[in-house]
Design a protein around this ligand. Structure first.
Ligand code: PMT
Length: 409
C-alpha cells in the first residue's frame, strides 16, 4: 500500500522524536519515499543526519534554505505529497496549526497541504489534558485533520497516563488505512484465528501449530477495507495494530462453536482461518495424570465441525474456509468446499517452506464454488488476506447485482 507513495514526515521537538526514526524505517520498508521536515526544536533531540541517511532525501529544516529551482519549496513539497504525517506532534505544533500560525517551515507546509494530514500527538499527560490542547484537537478534527494516539502508559517525564506517542505499528496501520479503498464498507466479517486447546487433564492439552497470524491478517485487512470485524480466536501471543476490532478469545472447539453461533446472525461474511481441533480427549481429568505406567491410552472423540454446521444454516452468509493440507491439496480442498457448502476455500500446502503454520508468509490457492482455482506465489499473510478479500468483494458485488436491494440472500 505504501509502495511509491510520497510521504512528508514532520518531526517536532518532543522526547518521542527518536521514535520517528523507527517510523521512517517502517515507511521505507513499506515502499514509500519519505521526505523529512524537522522543526528547530526537533533537532535538539535527533540529528537531521540520521533522518537524511535513512530516508536518502535531504532533510528540510529551514524556511529560506530550500530548493534552488523556481518553485517555492514548501508549496512544491505540498504538491508532490500523498500524505503528511507529523510524529511526534507537540502541543506547540498542534496549537500553531489549529490557530493558523505558519511561522516555520513545518507549520507553513501543513497550511499548504491539500492531501490528508495525520497527527500523532505526544506530550506530558497534564499538557494533553489541558483545555487549550483539547480545544485545539477539536478544532483540528473539525478541519479534517486525522489523529492517531496518544497512547496511555509511562511517560518520559516520569508520570503515567495519556501522552505517549502511539505505537509505530499503529501509526503505520493508520497510514495504510488512509490509503485503502473502503470496498468492504457495510459488510460485517467474522474471522476466526489460531488453534483450539483441548484439555487432557488439569495441566495438559491437545493443540496444533497455528499461531493466529493468518486470521489476524484477515481481520486487520478486512477492517482496513471498511468492514465491521469480529475476531474469534484461540489462544495466541499476537497483538493487533488496531483497537477497533473486538476480539474474543476462546479455548476449545466447542467454546469456539458457541461463540461463533452467538455472532453468526450479526455478520454476513465468515472467514474461518482457525485450525480447529477435529478431536478432543473423551475425558478431561480434573487432576494431573500421574505416570504410573509406561504407556497411557488417550481416547479421543470428534469435535463439532463448526464450518459444516454454518454451511447447513447458510442463509444469506458468504462462507470462506481454509484447508491446511499435507497431500492432494486441491482434491482435499474441493471436497471440503462441497461438504461444508462454502463459497470459497483457501488451500495451503503446509509442507511447503514459508506456507501455513507460524510463518509470516503463505502460499495459497483460492478455489471458488464454480470450480475456478487461482494460484498465488509466496506472499506475506497481509497480501494473502488482501487476495482472499478481493475474491470476497467480487462475490458480494455479484450478489448485489443479481439481487438488488432489498437483499434476500
Ligand atoms: O495461524 P497461522 O500460524 O498463521 O497458520 C495459518 C493456518 C495454517 C492455520 C491457516 O492458513 C489454515 O489453513 N487454517 C485452517 C486449518 C484447518 O484446520 O484446516 P482443516 O482442513 O482442518 O479445516 C477446514 C476448515 O474447516 C477450516 O476453515 C477450519 O477452520 C474449519 N473447521 C475444521 C474443523 C472443525 N472441527 N471445525 C471447523 O470449522
Amino acid at each position: 500500500m505504501l509502495q511509491n507513495k510520497e510521504i512528508i514526515l514532520g518531526v517536532t521537538g518532543g522526547i518521542a522524536a527518536y521514535k520517528a526514526v523507527e517510523l521512517l524505517r517502517e515507511m521505507i520498508k513499506g515502499g514509500a519515499n519519505v521526505h523529512v521536515v524537522m522543526t528547530q526544536n526537533a533537532q535538539q533531540f535527533v540529528s537531521s543526519l540520521t533522518f537524511q541517511t535513512l530516508s536518502g532525501n535531504p532533510v528540510l529544516c529551514e524556511m529560506f534554505r530550500l530548493f534552488t529551482g523556481s518553485k517555492i519549496g514548501h508549496v512544491a513539497m505540498a504538491d508532490i505529497a500523498d500524505l503528511m504525517v507529523i510524529a511526534p506532534a507537540t502541543a506547540n505544533t498542534l496549537g500553531k496549526i489549529a490557530n493558523g500560525i505558519a511561522d516555520d517551515l513545518l507549520s507553513t507546509m501543513v497550511m499548504a497541504m491539500k492531501v490528508p494530514v495525520l497527527l500523532a500527538p505526544s506530550m506530558n499527560v497534564n499538557m494533553w489534558e489541558s483545555s487549550f490542547v483539547q480545544n485545539n484537537i477539536q478544532k483540528l478534527k473539525a478541519h479534517g485533520y486525522q489523529f492517531i494516539g496518544p497512547a496511555e502508559g509511562d511517560l518520559a517525564c516520569g508520570s503515567m497516563g495519556s501522552g505517549r506517542l502511539a505505537d509505530i505499528a499503529e501509526i503505520i496501520e493508520k497510514i495504510e488505512d488512509i490509503f485503502t479503498k473502503k470496498d468492504l464498507q457495510g459488510q460485517h466479517v467474522l474471522v476466526t484465528a489460531g488453534p483450539t486447546l483441548e484439555p487432557i487433564d488439569a495441566v495438559r492439552y491437545l493443540t496444533n501449530r497455528s499461531t493466529g497470524k493468518m486470521g489476524f491478517a484477515l481481520a486487520k485487512i478486512a477492517r482496513r477495507r471498511g468492514a465491521e470485524v469480529t475476531l474469534i480466536t484461540g489462544p495466541n501471543y499476537l497483538s493487533l495494530p488496531r483497537r477497533d476490532i473486538p476480539q474474543i478469545v476462546v479455548q476449545s472447539a466447542r467454546e469456539m462453536r458457541d461463540v461463533i453461533l452467538e455472532h453468526y446472525q450479526d455478520c454476513n461474511i465468515v472467514i474461518m482461518a482457525a485450525a480447529v481441533a477435529d478431536f478432543r480427549p473423551q475425558n478431561t481429568l480434573q487432576e494431573k495424570i500421574k505416570k504410573k505406567s509406561d504407556t497411557y491410552l488417550l481416547g479421543l472423540e470428534k469435535n463439532p465441525d463448526i464450518l459444516k454446521e454454518l454451511g447447513e444454516n447458510k442463509g444469506h452468509h458468504l462462507l470462506v474456509g481454509f484447508a491446511a493440507e499435507t497431500s492432494e491439496l486441491m482434491e482435499n480442498a474441493e471436497a471440503k468446499l462441497r461438504k461444508k457448502n462454502l463459497d470459497l476455500i483457501v488451500a495451503n500446502d503446509v509442507t511447503q517452506p514459508g506456507a501455513g503454520f507460524g510463518a509470516d508468509t503463505n502460499i495459497v490457492k483460492i478455489l471458488d464454488a464454480r470450480g475456478r482455482a487461482r494460484k498465488f506465489p509466496l506472499l506475506s499473510k497481509d497480501e494473502v488476506a488482501n487476495l482472499v478479500l478481493d475474491q470476497v468483494v467480487k462475490l458480494v458485488k455479484k450478489r448485489e447485482k443479481d439481487q438488488p436491494w432489498p437483499h434476500n440472500w
